[in-house]
Design a protein around this ligand. Structure first.
Ligand code: URA
Length: 211
């Protein structure tokens, strides 16, 4: 099956991702890089926002100009690492509402992943939604988060991550073909512990200094 994913290959994104991968990059710098990269990626992921024509009075005349036509956004980070991408997204779309979803792997569950926390904006069904996690490895957390958001009736959903593996991409593509995925890189390996290789390690630990 052909994988459907948009790789954001902007040089600034690629440069910052390389710095994040570096084992010598400490938590403070890592958080700053996640923040900056998320903003750049969100900018690309929202390039299809609809515009409408308005007339603006400038100091010298009337300009036929364009503004974003009223679609509202919700941003839903997957705990923990998606949290680090919040500031970057919110700096571009300050009126977005924020939801949170937490998941854990459970081999006993039919889907392999269980949502243990889900708090979403009450009006999320009328908003476009960006769900984010730094890594898209097996796709379990992403699929569970998308399922929980869709349960509210929300339909226009995008998924944003920094590094993806083809297993996760294939799982999201198959379960949610309507959800566009954006990443900065697709890496080739998946370790026995289900870390993306070469990847950047445990994104939550790198960000919060918990290791
Ligand atoms: N989560 C991480 O933090 N890193 C990976 O490589 C995969 C999942």
């Amino acid at each position: 099956m052909e994988l459907k994913i948009t790789v954001i290959d902007h040089p600034l994104v690629q440069h910052k991702l390389s710095l994040m991968r570096d084992v010598n990059t400490g938590s403070k710098e890592f958080r700053e890089l996640v923040n900056e990269t998320s903003m750049l990626m969100c900018y690309e992921a929202l390039r299809d926002l609809p515009l409408k024509e308005v007339e603006i009075q400038t100091p010298l005349g009337i300009s036929s100009s364009k503004i974003i036509s009223g679609r509202k956004l919700a941003y839903v980070p997957i705990l923990r690492s998606g949290l680090g991408m919040t500031e970057g997204v919110m700096s571009l779309v300050p009126a977005a509402k924020i939801g949170h979803i937490g998941t854990f792997r459970d081999p006993e569950a039919s889907s392999g992943t269980v949502g243990y926390y889900c708090k979403l904006p009450r009006d999320i069904s009328s908003r476009d939604v960006i769900i984010a996690d730094i890594m898209l490895a097996t796709g379990g957390a992403a699929c569970e988060a998308i399922r929980l958001v869709k349960e509210t009736g929300a339909r226009n959903i995008k998924f944003m991550c920094l590094i993806a593996h083809e297993q996760g991409i294939a799982k999201v593509n198959a379960a949610h073909p309507d959800v566009e995925i954006f990443c900065a890189a697709v890496d080739p390996g998946l370790s026995e512990e289900l870390y993306i290789v070469p990847g950047l390690g445990d994104a939550g630990d790198r960000m919060f200094g918990t290791k």
